[in-house]
Every structure is written in C-alpha cells, then in structure tokens.
Design a protein around this ligand. Structure first.
Ligand code: FES
Length: 286
C-alpha cells in the first residue's frame, strides 16, 4: 500500500471511477505508419488544415527518406474494418508523393477528448488531495506541459493563470453540456445493443489463421481469434469496466470497447484502461 498526502492520476484516463471521467470524455483512435519515401522526407513536423487530418514528422530510423504519418481517426471500437484506416494513410502517402510504397511499421493509439476540447486538469471533483490530468485531445506534448505546471502550483498552494480554464470539475458551457448528453446517449445505445458487428459464420472450427471476431456457440456469443500458428484464443466479449459489448479490431487484433475506450489483447489482457480487470474466459461451448 502507498500512503500519500496528494496523488496525481495521469494515466491517460484516471483509473477506476475517480471523477467519472470515462463519462465526460470520448476515446478517439489514430493510426500511424512509418514509410521510406522515394525522395527526401520533410524535416519538420506538419499537420494538415484540411479534413481528414494528416500529420507528418521525420522518422530518423528510416534515414533521410523516413517519414511517420498519423491520421485516420475514429472512435475506439466504432468499426472492426480497421485495415481500411491504415490503407487510407498508405493511399494518402502514395498520392501525395506519387509513390507505390508499403509501410514498414504501423500502429494505433488513442487519446480522450472533452466536450469543449480543453483538458481536465486539477483537483478531482470532491477531493482536496487527488489531482487529475486527462482529455489531452492528442495534444499531450503541449497540454501535458501546461498540466504539470497547473498541478505543481496547486499542490504548492499557488495560483496558476490557466487553472480555471482547465478546471477538472467543470461541465462547460451549454454547448459542452449538450455534447456530453449526446455522447452519453450514444454510449447508452452501444451498451444496450453493442456496436453493429456481424457474427462470423460457422463455429470456432471455421476460424482461419489470422481471423477473429464474434461467434455464435451453443449457448451464446463468444469472442475468438486464431493466430498465425493456428492457436485459438477465446474470451467473453464483454468489457470488464462497465459491461459494454466489445468490438474485434481486425488490423490490430484487439478487443475494443466503444463505450469508454478500454482495449484488450486476444487473450483478454488489458492494453488500455479504464478497465482494470482482464476479460473473462467464455463460459459457453463451441
Ligand atoms: S471501457 Fe467502460 S464499459 Fe468498456
């Protein structure tokens, strides 16, 4: 056990139910690829002003032509056709640089956004000693730096010029509250109906190497994935945070929760919270 006068929760989303930030933010996933262009890559960092947004920065490991491209955003768990998200980045690179290249690396990650797009930083609601910093809206380098300054001053008993703006207990203006309500209605729908996701035909025996998804079994629905070595991984496809149905992410081979953004590996181990417990094993027979 750790005892402290003050604690700072800077864990992407505060773990557990502290401040109910899972219900006051939305999880947005971005995809990234590392490529070697046929020409020298831009040396600076850039972000497009058009939509959909793309950002680029040098990839030093790829030599002078190495470039990292990030974009293809969507809410966590909102689709299982995630190959398309990577492909759209590849297509953008090839059309922008008139190339025909494939990425050498690819990955995805998500961050949380608040209804008014400003982070929650400061004392958690109802607490004098727990401080939070979340909802960075993918601007963690700058917002994280500001958050550190605010929390540092609050703990030291000093004023900070941005403390009110980032106040972690605020609900925001009317527009922000309306967005909060809409977001939570959507979460409620996902919670009851699950994300529209097709059930794979056949049982576990029909799963091919590299294939995963929801399967009907004799007694219900389970989540299954057969890896490239033909090993089968099965889970109960219900999020252990608050019980939302999970979506299979084809490209990243993860189970994703559309309610608040928890992600799990094919065996149910936690990759991202707010869930703090691994997925359960399925209780049904194939
Ligand atoms: S992350 Fe909250 S129910 Fe899944």
């Amino acid at each position: 056990m750790i005892t402290a006068y003050q604690a700072v929760l800077a864990t992407l989303l505060p773990i557990g139910i502290t401040g109910a930030y899972f219900a006051r933010t939305r999880p947005n996933q971005s995809h990234g690829i590392a490529v070697r262009l046929p020409v020298e890559a831009p040396t600076g960092m850039a972000i497009s002003v058009d939509s959909p947004t793309h950002s680029t920065r040098p990839w030093p490991g790829g030599g002078p032509n190495g470039l990292i491209v990030v974009g293809s955003d969507h809410e966590v768990g909102s689709t299982n056709e995630t190959e398309a998200a990577y492909q759209s980045l590849v297509d953008w690179v090839n059309s922008t640089w008139n190339a025909a290249i494939e990425p050498e690396y690819r990955w995805s990650a998500h961050d949380y956004s608040t209804p008014d797009l400003l982070p929650y930083v400061g004392r958690s609601p109802g607490s004098r000693s727990i401080f939070v910093a979340t909802g960075m809206h993918k601007w963690g380098l700058s917002n994280g730096t500001v958050a550190a300054g605010i929390i540092n001053d609050l703990i030291a008993g000093r004023d900070h010029p941005a403390a009110n703006l980032y106040d972690a207990t605020r609900f925001g203006d009317t527009r922000a509250v309306a967005k909060l309500i809409t977001d939570n209605l959507k979460v409620g729908k996902n919670f009851t109906l699950g994300h529209a996701q097709r059930i794979l035909r056949g049982g576990l025996d029909h799963l091919e190497a590299g294939q995963g998804g929801l399967l009907k079994t004799g007694n219900g629905t389970i989540g299954g994935y057969r890896d490239q070595d033909a090993n089968l991984h099965t889970i109960k496809p219900i999020c252990t945070h608050l019980g939302c149905p999970l979506t299979w992410n084809t490209a990243d081979t993860t189970w994703d929760c559309s309610c608040h953004g928890s992600r799990f590996d094919p065996d149910g181990e936690i990759l991202d919270g707010p869930a703090t417990t691994p997925l359960e094993a399925p209780t049904t027979d194939a």
